[in-house]
Design a binder for this molecule. Structure first.
Ligand code: PEP
Length: 256
């Protein structure tokens, strides 16, 4: 059984100093030889400091966003080429990027390519809004986001891709999805990836759930077959709470 993957997305919280203190605190709560893969996505400003501070066996790092070109006159942007050596993972198409900053599937596709081209691991975030859910459009939305995001990803590269199902209505709202919602989305996503790449390859793609995950509900998702981990926002901001989510994944691994 592969290790569960637990990612903490700090969004625009915790400055460099706070980030460093957090990592210090978390490293005392999580064993170094961990049977869970723990990834932290801090502000870009903290990546350099944290990349020197973390023990790679204990934690890995992710960027929350990336630009799709490798260099050039793109004021304010950060490329995957610049992230190499600092992070192992990059979030692509997070719903806040899509809905607050207007990122389209075309942007997401270009970013996915840039991440893969630079040998980093993309975490493709997909999920429907409350309205889309109410209109029974979830399958359709997931289909478009997956097809759009993966359009130029080869069969070789897809094996490394992580897909996070993050229903927009569940992000930061405290209204987490029911496990049966996740099961439905999992089946849609797996079916879609299978139709693009075949079953053997599709099985290797890791699938995460994200949306108001807490220490209390984490185990319900982790217990579902075909769910490989969690993308955690608010509950990752306190080291002790995040450590309890990681602990749920560790005990799940031992039972599974
Ligand atoms: C997220 O930022 O991806 C997320 C899932 O946030 P939250 O856990 O706060 O809902």
């Amino acid at each position: 059984m592969s290790k569960k993957l637990i990612i903490g997305n700090w969004k625009m919280n915790l400055n460099v100093h706070q980030a460093s203190l957090y990592v210090h605190e978390l490293s005392e709560k999580i064993p170094e030889h961990n049977d869970v893969e723990v990834v932290l996505a801090p502000t870009n400003l903290a990546l350099q400091t944290l990349s020197l501070q973390v023990k790679r066996r204990q934690f890995k790092l992710a960027a929350q966003n990336v630009y799709y070109r490798d260099d050039g006159a793109f004021t304010g942007e950060i490329s995957a080429t610049m992230l190499r050596g600092l992070v192992q993972y990059v979030l692509v198409g997070h719903s806040e990027r899509r809905h607050i900053f207007g990122e389209t599937d075309k942007d997401v596709r270009a970013k996915m390519q840039a991440v893969v081209r630079n040998e980093l691991i993309p975490i493709l975030c997909v999920g429907e809004t409350a309205d889309e859910r109410a209109n029974n459009e979830t399958k359709h939305v997931l289909h478009d986001q997956i097809t759009g995001g993966l359009a130029n990803i080869s069969s070789e590269d897809i094996e490394r891709v992580v897909i996070a199902y993050e229903p927009v209505w569940a992000i930061g709202t405290g209204k987490n999805a029911r496990p049966e919602d996740l099961e439905k989305a999992r089946d849609t996503i797996r079916h879609q990836v299978t139709s693009l790449y075949g079953e053997a390859i599709a099985k290797k793609v890791r699938l995460l759930y994200g949306g108001s995950v807490s220490a209390d509900n984490a185990a319900d998702y982790l217990a579902l077959p075909g769910v490989d981990g969690l993308l955690v926002g608010g509950a990752s901001l306190k080291a002790d709470v995040f450590a309890s989510v990681v602990e749920k994944a560790r005990s799940q691994g031992r039972e599974g």
